[in-house]
Design a protein around this ligand. Structure first.
Ligand SMILES: Nc1ncnc2c1ncn2[C@@H]1O[C@H](COP(=O)(O)OP(=O)(O)O)[C@@H](O)[C@H]1O
Ligand SMILES: [Mg+2]
Length: 256
């Protein structure tokens, strides 16, 4: 693993009890500072891969290095280096956003004033000022998702995993959300690894992509080259969504 790499997965496979082969020899390298998106149909294995890289799940075979750490043997160290927003985060419904952010800071051993300052920074970054003293139960779905992200960033991770972060956000909240994430990526140099079903946001906010299909990496490259490779001489005219749908129908035809 060289210095520019932040994620390396080699031959990663995972079969769930019951027999589903969710990942089938996945090889993947992600570079520091990338804005990386993992695309693929429902059930392709995106969340499984994210969970394994975050040490929330174990692979059956293969090796991963994330921020220089082995997710199985160095879980603790890895947790200090990454932030994770999964599809099913739970938050204490009675706590306020501000309380949760300060508590998270203390968990990561920030001083009392350090955690208050960081909480305020993230409240500002995610546009949560109006909601900071509301209880989680009173937050809208979109603001809850923003709070999840803010919580994942308290300890200034080098790498942020976002598994379908914008589900349930209205377009305006989503736009603000991406402004905040891009700001963090720029100012704190945080590498982003996201999954999304919204191809227009993948196209706008990611530069690198991997496409998973049936637990395998079907495509790996830049977003730009993926679109350009889909058979047009004028890539500006083809969206990622067009390219993605064309690609899936190509590979589905071959498979049938
Ligand atoms: N905890 C689990 N137990 C059994 N099967 C699972 C579990 N989680 C996911 N799967 C199966 O593994 C495959 C990949 O799922 P997942 O990684 O969630 O895909 P994606 O995030 O791309 O939609 C699917 O067939 C799914 O049904
Ligand atoms: Mg998923």
């Amino acid at each position: 693993m060289n210095d520019t790499e932040i994620v390396r997965a080699l031959g990663v496979s995972k079969r769930y009890p019951g027999g589903v082969l969710a990942l089938d020899h996945v090889d993947l390298v992600i570079e520091r500072g990338d804005r990386f998106v993992l695309l693929g149909p429902n059930g392709a294995g995106k969340s499984t891969l994210v969970r394994i890289l975050c040490s929330l799940s174990r692979s059956d075979a293969g090796e991963c290095t994330v921020c220089g750490r082995d997710p199985v043997r160095e879980t603790r160290e890895l947790m200090r280096a990454i932030g994770v927003v999964t599809q099913d985060n739970d938050l204490d419904p009675q706590a306020t956003a501000e309380e949760l952010l300060c508590f998270q800071g203390r968990l990561f051993e920030l001083t009392r004033s350090g955690s208050t300052d960081r909480a305020q920074e993230l409240i500002d970054a995610f546009d949560l000022e109006e909601h900071a003293r509301k209880r989680v139960t009173e937050l809208s779905g979109g603001n809850k998702r923003k709070l999840h992200c803010a919580l994942a960033l308290v300890h200034r991770p080098k790498l942020l995993f976002l598994d379908e972060p914008t589900v349930g956000m209205d377009p305006e909240v989503r736009a603000h959300f991406w402004d905040s994430i891009r700001q963090i990526n720029r100012e704190e140099g945080t590498t982003l690894v996201l999954t999304t079903q919204y191809l227009e946001e993948a196209e706008r906010h990611a530069d690198q992509l991997a496409l998973l299909r049936n637990g395998r990496v079907a495509y790996r490259g830049t977003v730009e080259s993926f679109v350009a490779d889909r058979g047009t001489t004028d890539p500006g005219r083809l969206s990622l969504e067009d390219g993605y749908l064309a690609y899936l129908s190509e590979v589905n035809d071959v498979a049938d």
